[in-house]
Design a protein around this ligand. Structure first.
Ligand SMILES: O=C(O)C1=C[C@@H](OP(=O)(O)O)[C@@H](O)[C@H](O)C1
Ligand SMILES: C=C(OP(=O)(O)O)C(=O)O
Length: 418
C-alpha cells in the first residue's frame, strides 16, 4: 500500500447520521470572481473549502497588487478547470501582464474557444506552449473592439460563464451568440442567477445572451452546500441496507444543476425530504427500473450514478458523456478501466454507453486507481458497502472539491485505514 492509498470497509450497513457538506465549488468560484470585479460590493458567505476554491481565493486576493514593471508574474491554478477559465477572462481586464498556468492535466484541457472569443473582443493573449491550451500570457487591460461574440456551446459551458462574468465590466457590454447546442446549461443559468443577485440584468432569447455595461450592486451572496458532493451520499444510501441521512443547508430550489440527483436517485428508492433547513435521504425498498440516464446537464453526476448502477448489477444506458473526456481525466476511459475490476463493461455505440453487468463480481479485493480525479475516488468509495474491502489509490484527490470526504465516511460508520 502506498502512503496515499487507503482501505475502506463497512461493517455498518444501516446508516443514520448528519453530514455537513462544504459550500458549492461552482457557486463559490462565481461569487469570488464577482467579489473581485465589484471591488468589494459583493461579499461571499459560506465559501467552499474545496482546494480549487481556496486556490482561486488566494490568487484573487493578490490580483490587484502586482507591479507593472517586473517580469510577468506566473499564476498557477493547479487542476482547477473552472477557475482557469474564469481567471483567463478576469485577467484580460486587469492592468499588466501575467502567465496563467496549471497542472500537467490543465495543459491538456482545451481553452482555445474561450481565448478566441476573448481575442475577438480585443484581448491580448498568447499561448506560451501549445496552441489552444494553457499556459496563457495575458496582457491587460482589454481595449474592446466589438460587443458581439459567437461561441461554440458544446465543449464546455465554463467558457460561456467566464465571458458572462466579465460582461458588465466591458465598456460596450456583451452580446454572446451560442453556436450550436449548449452543454451543461444549468451552469450558465447559475452564473446569470448569481449575477442577478448582485443586480446584474441580462436578456436571453434563443441562442443570444446580452449583458450591458453596468455596476455590481452591494450584495451578500450565500453559497449553498455542494450538491455534487451530496451525490455521493445518495449513492451511499442507495447501496446501504437502511439509510436515514441528513444533509443540512440543502434546499429544493437550488441553483446547482446537480440537485437533479434527487430525481435520479428516486429511481433507486431514495426519497428526499426537505425540512429542518436541509434534506433527509430516506431509503425505501424499490425496484430499480429506469434504463436510460442522460448527463448532458449534470456531467459531474455521471460517475456517481454509473458506479451505483454497476454495483447493483443494473444494465442501464447512459448518454451525454461527451464532455467527460476533457475533465480532470478522460473519465469515460477511467470508468471503463476501473469498472472492469468488478467485471462490469461500459461499451460505447453511437455516443450511447451501455453497462454490461453480466460478469459482476463483488467478492474480490480490488484497488481503484484515481487518475488525479476527485470524482473517481468518491464515486467508487460507496462500493465498500457491497464489497469485503476496497482500496483507493490516492485518497488526497478529494481535496479538489470535498476535503472532508473521508472524515465524513468515518462519521457514517465506515472504517478507513491510512
Ligand atoms: O461552471 C462550472 O462551475 C462547472 C461546469 C461544468 O463543466 P463543463 O461546462 O465543462 O461541462 C462542470 O463539469 C464543472 O465541474 C463545473
Ligand atoms: C470538472 C470538474 O471541475 P473543473 O472543470 O473545475 O476542474 C469537476 O469538479 O468535476
Amino acid at each position: 500500500m502506498s502512503s496515499k492509498s487507503i482501505k475502506i470497509s463497512s461493517a455498518q450497513k444501516h446508516l443514520n447520521c448528519t453530514i455537513n457538506l462544504t459550500g458549492s465549488k461552482s457557486e463559490s468560484n462565481r461569487a469570488l470572481i464577482m467579489e473581485a470585479l465589484s471591488e468589494g460590493a459583493v461579499q461571499v458567505l459560506n465559501v467552499s473549502e474545496a482546494a480549487d476554491t481556496v486556490t482561486l481565493k488566494n490568487i484573487l486576493q493578490t490580483a490587484n497588487t502586482q507591479s507593472l514593471t517586473v517580469q510577468p508574474k506566473e499564476i498557477n491554478i493547479g487542476p482547477a478547470g473552472t477557475a482557469m477559465r474564469f481567471l483567463s477572462a478576469f485577467y484580460t481586464l486587469q492592468n499588466g501582464e501575467i502567465i496563467l498556468t496549471g497542472s500537467e492535466r490543465m495543459k491538456q484541457r482545451p481553452i482555445g474557444i474561450l481565448v478566441d472569443a476573448l481575442k475577438s473582443l480585443g484581448a491580448d493573449i498568447e499561448y506560451t506552449e501549445k496552441e489552444g491550451f494553457p499556459p496563457l500570457k495575458i496582457r491587460g487591460p482589454l481595449k474592446q473592439k466589438t460587443d458581439q461574440v459567437k461561441i461554440k456551446g458544446n465543449i464546455s459551458s465554463q467558457y460561456i460563464s467566464a465571458l458572462l462574468l466579465i460582461a458588465p465590466k466591458l465598456d460596450q457590454g456583451l452580446k454572446l451568440i451560442i453556436d450550436g447546442e449548449l452543454t451543461s446549461k444549468p451552469y450558465v443559468e447559475m452564473t446569470l442567477a448569481m449575477m442577478e443577485q448582485a443586480g446584474i440584468r441580462h436578456s436571453w432569447t434563443d441562442n443570444e445572451i446580452s449583458i450591458s455595461n453596468q455596476p455590481f450592486n452591494k450584495a451578500e451572496i450565500s453559497v449553498e452546500p455542494d450538491w455534487s458532493a451530496a451525490s455521493y451520499w445518495y449513492a451511499i444510501a442507495a447501496l446501504s441496507e437502511e439509510a436515514s441521512l441528513f444533509l443540512p443547508g440543502l434546499n429544493g430550489y437550488s441553483l446547482q444543476g446537480d440537485s437533479k440527483i434527487t430525481e435520479i436517485m428516486a429511481n433507486f428508492g431514495i426519497t428526499s425530504q426537505f425540512k429542518d433547513g436541509g434534506v433527509y435521504l430516506i431509503k425505501e425498498a424499490k425496484k430499480l427500473e429506469r434504463k436510460i440516464f442522460d448527463f448532458k446537464e449534470c456531467p459531474d453526476l455521471a460517475q456517481t450514478v454509473i458506479v451505483c448502477c454497476a454495483a447493483l448489477g443494473h444494465d442501464a444506458l447512459f448518454t451525454g458523456l461527451e464532455t467527460l473526456k476533457i475533465k480532470e481525466t478522460d473519465r469515460v476511459n477511467a470508468l471503463q478501466t476501473e469498472l472492469a475490476k468488478i467485471g462490469v463493461k461500459l461499451i460505447e455505440k453511437n455516443q450511447t454507453y451501455k453497462l454490461d453487468c453480466s460478469g459482476l463480481d463483488l467478492s474480490r479485493k480490488i484497488s481503484i486507481s484515481t487518475y488525479d480525479d476527485h470524482r473517481m475516488a468518491m464515486a467508487f468509495a460507496p462500493l465498500a458497502l457491497v464489497m469485503p474491502e476496497l482500496e483507493i489509490e490516492d485518497h488526497l484527490v478529494v481535496e479538489k472539491s470535498y476535503p472532508d470526504f473521508w472524515k465524513h465516511l468515518e462519521i457514517a460508520g465506515f472504517k478507513i485505514e491510512y
